[in-house]
Design a protein around this ligand. Structure first.
Ligand SMILES: [Zn+2]
Ligand SMILES: [Zn+2]
Length: 156
């Protein structure tokens, strides 16, 4: 089972933390639920099934919800087996710098964030699903985003 280094970003100070070992059982692999035990996004330890939805930022004291601070690109990360590759970084930057700047884009991102965690879960446990998602969705998306960025540069 690949271990994704789950990252959370404080909505106030942008401080990024990597979720460490589970305080309950010491496990280090987590599953994201868009609707968890607390009614909204939560993380679940894969080992002991403990869930939580809020974390406190150590540098500014803000209580963040997992929902708002989760920066995962679920499907892309799953396709690369939990590794944060340049492709994953590229897709994230497109999502944050381009898509989230428009109303329609924001809506698309919201729908994606709700629907992708269960799909990503399947990709972790079935090689075939992972290969297909890579071929049909993630690789084409990476190519499209690369083109968009290239066109933008040549316009400047
Ligand atoms: Zn645990
Ligand atoms: Zn903070």
């Amino acid at each position: 089972m690949p271990t994704a280094a789950t990252k959370l970003v404080c909505v106030r100070c942008q401080n990024t933390i990597t979720v460490g070992n589970c305080s309950n059982c010491g496990g280090d692999s987590y599953k994201y639920w868009s609707i968890g035990n607390f009614g909204n996004g939560s993380l679940e330890c894969r080992k002991c099934s403990e869930q939580w939805a809020i974390w406190t930022c150590k540098s500014c004291g803000t209580k963040n919800t997992i929902d708002k601070s989760m920066k995962e690109c679920f499907i892309a990360t799953a396709v690369y087996q939990g590794k944060i590759t340049p492709e994953v970084t590229l897709l994230r930057s497109y999502r944050d710098n381009v898509l989230k700047q428009s109303k329609l884009g924001k809506l698309m991102v919201r729908v994606y964030e709700r629907t992708s965690p269960p799909i990503a879960e399947m990709a972790y446990s079935h090689n075939m699903v992972r290969l297909l998602l890579g071929k049909l969705i993630v690789n084409p998306a990476v190519e499209i985003v690369k083109h968009i960025y290239k066109d933008k540069k040549s316009q400047d």
